[in-house]
Design a protein around this ligand. Structure first.
Ligand SMILES: [Zn+2]
Length: 636
């Protein structure tokens, strides 16, 4: 019987087993050179180190308590956690003893901070010690623990140092006594999901099933009745009705997770939850979770996702609104939400997931980081009047370390291995050292200038011939893709399984696979239900969404109209944008000069031919500031 996609249990490849060059190598260099250190510098400036250093007085409340009863200061542990995680991955690429020593000092402080019973949280130990475990709905206590766990796992794997891992195991062992349905235990879960996926990582690195069980407990309890958040509020003397977000949809706790069919609420929370659910589905072979995730995936990607893979249009709940509501200029589309979408998509079984992973990675997450790795976007609108710029830092600095840890660990999202199969989900210049469960060891060299060019060549390095399958994702957009092995063309359609070209054979040292993905320019139109995109068109080339910027095209970008039949376009390599490929294309442009002072008139604007330059959306606002637009006018 031929194996179906679902029977193949793929594991992501460890971060250090993939060495990146080309496109991703440059981004990793920017993080190693600048971002990793910048993150720590900003954490210091914000007062985060002082907050965990028991040898100094607590800084107290630096960021005021908000109407929701908390402060972003409550998340500081998570910012330090994600920064340590970024540093851990960056050390693989560029050893940096100074940076490592800084991380070690932070870990030492956490060791001193940790309570006798294992509890660890800077805010609830030093600022509001009487409020521990009293408001899981709002206060991010387990969320912070989750990020410190992820940091602990990454730092242990990168440096071999166990201190933070041991600290977080102690804390988690304590959590196991605190949470549960037993006498005196808390039958609850965190308002901001994250701990679920972190516990799976902890279980996988320690081999301890008890950590998986705790993760499953949090997932199983979520949204059940009597509702934990309501009971918790009553116990704490708060009115459950006065919840500032009004609905438990905000944290995907309105229903048991297996009954949820619509993606709702805070976008980052949703993505972290679904990632954790996917992990638990894999670990427990729980088809009921997988079925719910399939429904939620369709709901998100067919009704609620920007073309950039940005998600969560509204600032008010940092999340989802109604179907097809995708405003461009006010798009919230938090960088973290697209990072979370990449996490979830990376756990998916086939191309439907991996295509979106790539789309969200390049166009939703990566815009969050500037080329030099020093400034950041939090929200990612698809249209700007010129006032939206990258931040040096943010009062809620969740996004910078999130995109940084994703960039530095991207190799593990590119490749996955099963017992006798290697899957390549993402393309990019790299060398991967892969060990199959069958024991075969393969070094796979990938030579390419992707995503700028579509030619991708793989070369195998093997000690002795080995039989396995190499599965290469053929993106849905790649019409006309071709594939050859050692110069012999393969019939792609005969090899497709779940959107992957599966080449099963006995491989020898020096075998060459050539994949060609045509990067034809593709006009993209939105479903007319998306009112904000009616009469508009966006351009994509390969996985990249393009935009126009004022620095190339002058002001009034909405005057640009793209012809119905795309005219021939020229590609131009831009050295000041890391060798990015820009597109020069003939368009029409509405005249603004002959209007004089008129605001309105009876005659339509005159149009004149114009040459427009489109640049990759993820690179916008890296040069002169100004207007930006993704969806331009489409000619009728
Ligand atoms: Zn964020």
């Amino acid at each position: 019987m031929t194996k179906t996609v679902k029977d193949r249990q793929f594991r992501p490849v460890a971060v250090p087993d993939v060495e990146l060059g080309g496109f991703w190598g440059k981004w990793q260099d920017a993080v190693c050179r600048s971002t990793a250190e910048t993150l720590l510098d900003r954490c210091v400036e914000a007062g985060m180190i002082k907050a965990i250093d028991v040898s100094q007085p607590s800084p107290g409340i630096v960021i005021p308590i908000q109407p929701w009863g908390g402060t972003t200061q409550m998340f500081w542990d998570s910012d330090l956690g994600k920064s340590i995680e970024t540093i851990a991955y960056s050390l693989y690429r560029r050893p940096n003893p100074e940076l490592e020593a800084r991380a070690d000092r932070i870990i030492d402080m956490y060791e001193k901070l940790q309570d006798q019973d294992g509890y660890l949280n800077a805010w609830f130990q030093r600022v509001q010690p009487d409020r521990r475990w009293t408001n899981l709905r709002d206060h991010h206590e387990l969320y912070c623990a989750g990020h410190l766990i992820e940091a602990a796992v990454a730092y242990y794997q990168a440096t071999g140092k166990r201190k933070l891992l041991d600290i977080m195991c102690r804390f988690t062992d304590y959590m196991i006594t605190v949470f549960g349905r037993g006498e005196g235990q808390i039958p609850g879960y965190c308002g901001h999901e994250e701990i679920e996926l972190a516990l799976v990582k902890l279980a996988r690195v320690t081999g301890e099933k008890k950590y998986l069980d705790l993760s499953k407990f949090f997932i199983d309890e979520r949204g059940t009745e009597p509702h934990f958040f309501t009971e918790e509020a009553r116990r704490d003397g708060r009115d459950p009705e006065s919840f500032i977000q009004r609905t438990y949809e905000y944290g995907q706790a309105h229903q048991p997770v297996r009954e949820q069919t619509k993606v709702v609420g805070h976008a980052v929370r949703a993505m972290y939850l679904y990632s954790g659910m996917a992990d638990i589905a894999t670990e427990y072979r729980d088809d009921s979770l997988t079925a719910a995730l399939e429904t939620l995936w369709d709901d998100l990607t067919t009704k609620q996702m920007y073309i950039t893979g940005g998600i969560g249009p509204a600032a008010s709940n940092e999340g989802f609104t109604s179907y097809y509501d995708l405003p461009n200029d006010t798009a919230y589309a938090e960088t973290c939400a697209s990072v979370g979408l990449v996490f979830w998509a990376s756990r998916g079984p086939d191309r439907r997931y991996a295509d979106i992973m790539e789309q969200a990675l390049y166009n939703g997450a990566l815009p969050g980081l500037s080329i030099d790795g020093r400034t950041f976007f939090y929200d990612n609108p698809l249209e700007s009047t010129g006032r939206h710029h990258r931040w040096k830092w943010h009062h809620c600095p969740c996004c910078p370390p999130n995109i940084a840890r994703l960039v530095t660990s991207i190799g593990s999202y590119m490749y996955a291995v099963a017992e006798d199969e290697i899957a390549v989900h993402l393309y990019g210049e790299s060398t991967a050292r892969l060990k199959l469960a069958s024991g075969a060891e393969v070094e796979l060299r990938q030579e390419t200038n992707y995503p700028w060019e579509g030619a991708i060549a793989f070369t195998t390095k093997l000690d002795r011939p080995a039989k396995f399958a190499l599965s290469l994702r053929i993106p849905e957009w790649a019409a006309g893709a071709t594939l050859s092995v050692n110069g012999t063309m393969l019939d792609l359609s005969a090899h497709l399984t779940g959107g992957y070209a599966r080449i099963e054979r006995e491989w020898s040292d020096g075998d060459r696979v050539a994949l060609y993905l045509p990067l034809a320019l593709r006009p993209q139109y939105a479903n007319p239900k998306v009112r904000q995109d009616v009469g508009r068109v966006a351009l994509m080339r390969g996985p990249l969404v393009y935009c126009v910027e004022a620095t190339d095209n002058g002001e009034d970008l909405n005057a640009i109209a793209l012809p119905r039949e795309l005219p021939p376009a020229e590609t131009v390599v831009l050295d000041d944008l890391n060798g990015a490929v820009a597109i020069d294309i003939s368009v029409e442009r509405e005249e603004t000069e002959d209007w004089g002072k008129a605001l309105y008139r009876q005659t339509r604007p005159e149009r004149r031919p114009h040459k427009a330059r489109f640049v990759p959306y993820h690179l916008w606002d890296n040069r002169a500031p100004g207007e930006m637009l993704v969806w331009v006018q489409a000619d009728k």
